[in-house]
Design a protein around this ligand. Sequence first.
Ligand SMILES: Cc1cc2nc3c(=O)[nH]c(=O)nc-3n(C[C@H](O)[C@H](O)[C@H](O)COP(=O)(O)O)c2cc1C
Length: 184
Amino acid sequence: MTAVKVLGICGSTRKSSLNRALLRTVGEHLPEGTVFATWEGLEQLPIFNSDLEDPTPVMTLKSAIASADGVVFAVPEYNYSIPGGLKNALDWVSRPPISSPLRGKPVALVGAATGISGTMRAQLHMRQMLVYSDTPCMSQPEVLIPRAHERFDKAGVLTDEPTRQLIGRFASAFVAHIRRFELK
Ligand SMILES: Cc1cc2nc3c(=O)[nH]c(=O)nc-3n(C[C@H](O)[C@H](O)[C@H](O)COP(=O)(O)O)c2cc1C
């Protein structure tokens, strides 16, 4: 069976980001036969401007998404929505709509927040945006991690066992979600 290629994109640029730690944990829980890589260029993207040809970091991002079988977004919550940097990346990747690498690409969302709603509002906004690019976003299980700073240790290791089990179920479900679509 062909290896399933999963790309992880973290919406935080912070060095000790809880969402990056969460994404890494997802990567560790993906089943055998899965290849996991992350894309880290969020800070290199200029603010979207349709006057510009795709700058090199945008081309790199588009090609990373195009060559993956599925994408996991780790979505922080900023002011009840997604961070501007992540929105900017989506804006770039969504244009032109007809050839967006997100069109038809299986994706899933995870999110960690220090607040009590665990990125619920940000993830709903993200799902709404993905409707425009006709991107099949996995519905369940949801990974909404509240008070995340109490569940990860200083080294970014997820120490909360029930949350680890949730990530395991999420990782298996995501590969099944991807397999519903044709692998490249
Ligand atoms: C500008 C800003 C806005 C924030 N807004 C929210 C929010 O609306 N809801 C929430 O639960 N946490 C909010 N937080 C706290 C984040 O959940 C917390 O900083 C989290 O660690 C960010 O993710 P990261 O660790 O991956 O960078 C906000 C933080 C910042 C810096």
